[in-house]
Every structure is written in structure tokens, then in C-alpha cells.
Design a protein around this ligand. Sequence first.
Ligand code: NAG
Ligand code: NAG
Ligand code: NAG
Length: 286
Amino acid sequence: MKSDDYSLIKRFQQSRCMIKIFITISITILFYFIVLFRPLFDYYSYKELKLQNQIKSLNRTIGFDHIYVINLDSRTDKRKRLDDIASYLGLDFEYFSAISKDDVRILNRYGSADMNPSAKACYLSHYYTYKLMVEANYNNALILEDDADFELNITDIMTDIHRDLPASWEMLYVGHCFEGVGEQVGKSSSVHRLYKSVSPMCSHAYAISYSAVRKLIELLDPVIPRGSVDYSLKVVIDEGKISSYSVHPQPIVQWKAADNPSDITNSIPLSFSLLNSTSRFLGYKQ
Ligand SMILES: *[C@@H]1O[C@H](CO)[C@@H](O)[C@H](O)[C@H]1NC(C)=O
Ligand SMILES: *[C@@H]1O[C@H](CO)[C@@H](O)[C@H](O)[C@H]1NC(C)=O
Ligand SMILES: *[C@@H]1O[C@H](CO)[C@@H](O)[C@H](O)[C@H]1NC(C)=O
């Protein structure tokens, strides 16, 4: 064998060896890359999935973390109608067993203000819902009374409203009564728009943020009630202790009818009506 041939073979073998080493190193690097970064990929696809689920579930609570409905156990008729509404609109409600005006033991533990037992029971039911919300650690929640009726397109309406709602909001009156229209917030030209609250009354549909609920637990301590729950909330807002917004015209109203005596007060029937009532659409008579 000539020495030239020999060096050629040797070089050929060397380069084959180099290729083998190169391939081995590449495979090793790829292997570790996959092993090391796999959790990262998983994490991102998990976050993506979670976000998608959050968006989906936010539609079931019209953009809030949670929806509580205050309902007396005895009023199964009201609960049945709300169940029908929830199932038609695709909403998730958690029912809170309201304090009854006949539960003298609980009522007597609290404030002596000359409120009638029904108003006291209503006050305590709202107050206990705040406590529940803090315990559950929700960022915010919508609180409804069990005579609430909704615009059929409430999800679309609230999608618009949330676009205009400042991140620092503390209370949002989705329903209210006797309220004047304040300064508009945002530039929406939809039918239902967001405004600053002006002494809102009624407590059938309002949302509270975590920062507001912590203030309310102190400010509305039932040992020293200032009056009915909606009046007390209005005072706190008027005093500027909580920043509040309202939707006009209200897309959630109280469903009132002559044969539907309110459990709370004998207040005058409210004339506020919806453009397209879900309750009526589902065949319930107004
Ligand atoms: C939520 O509801 C809005 C308004 O109806 C709709 O446009 C949107 O597609 C819904 N999103 C999801 C994730 O279902
Ligand atoms: C909701 O429905 C009413 C009619 O009932 C309509 O005027 C309004 O534009 C709708 N709002 C949205 C945001 O789709
Ligand atoms: C209410 O909405 C339903 C479903 O979109 C529609 O069929 C009905 O005509 C509407 N009624 C009124 C009074 O706008």
C-alpha cells in the first residue's frame, strides 16, 4: 500500500468518526433540550388553555368572578324562574339562603335601628353574602336578589360595559332605581352605556370588587345599621368612600307584578321595564 492511499483512508476514517461524534452530540443536545424545556412548553399551553377556559366561564358570569343570588328557601317559585333564566342565558348562579324575617334569633343579635324585620333580614342577607365573597376570595362578584329579570342579550350588553369599566372600579350598578344619569364613562354608542353613579337606590343587581367588599364589611357593620341596605350603600357612595358606576338603561330590573308581593318591602311597583325581557320571553307573565 502506498503511503498516499494510507493517509487517504485514515482521513476518511477520521471524518467518519467526526460525523459519528457530531451526530451523537446533536442527538444528546436535542434530547436534553426536549427534557429540559418540555415543562416550559406544557406550562405555556396550560396557561393558554386556562385563559381560554376563563374567557369561556366569564361569559357564564357576565364578566364577573361569580354571581350570588339571595333567595329565601321558601320561595321555590322565584328560584324555579331564575333557574329557567340561567339555563336559557347560559349563566351560573350560586344561591345564598336568605335570612328570614321570622328568624328572630339572628335578627335580634343585630342593630336596634327601627327597621322592620323584613328590611333587617334583607340587610343581613346582603352582609353575609359579602362575608362569603371574602372567604371565597373572589376578585369581584355580582349580587342579585331573586326577583331579577334580564335583557335577553345581557351577555352582549355586559361585554360592551366591561370594555369601558375602569380597572379601579369598586361597585357597578347593573340594576338600580330612581337614579339620575351621571357623566358617561367611555365613548360607547351602544344602547346600554356606562355612567358614574348618582345616588343609586335598590339592591337587586350590583357588583362589588374585592377592595369594596372589604370596606363594606366595616362600613355596613350590622351592629350599627344606618337604614336599609340599599340606603346604606347609597350613603357610602355619596360620601365618596367607594367609587361606583351604573349602567343606563338598566339591563337587570326587578320583576314585579300585582300577584308577586315582594318579600322585602311594600315599595311602589317600579315601572322600569326591559327592551326584551328574558322572563317574558320564557313565558312568565309580568
Ligand atoms: C362571550 O360572549 C360574547 C357576546 O355574546 C361573544 O361575542 C363571545 O364569542 C363569547 N366568548 C366565548 C369564549 O364564548
Ligand atoms: C340588545 O338588544 C336590544 C334590543 O332588545 C338592542 O337595542 C341592543 O342594541 C342590544 N345590545 C347589544 C349590545 O347587542
Ligand atoms: C326578543 O328577542 C327574541 C329572540 O332574539 C326575538 O325573537 C323577539 O322578537 C324579541 N322581542 C322583542 C319585543 O324585541
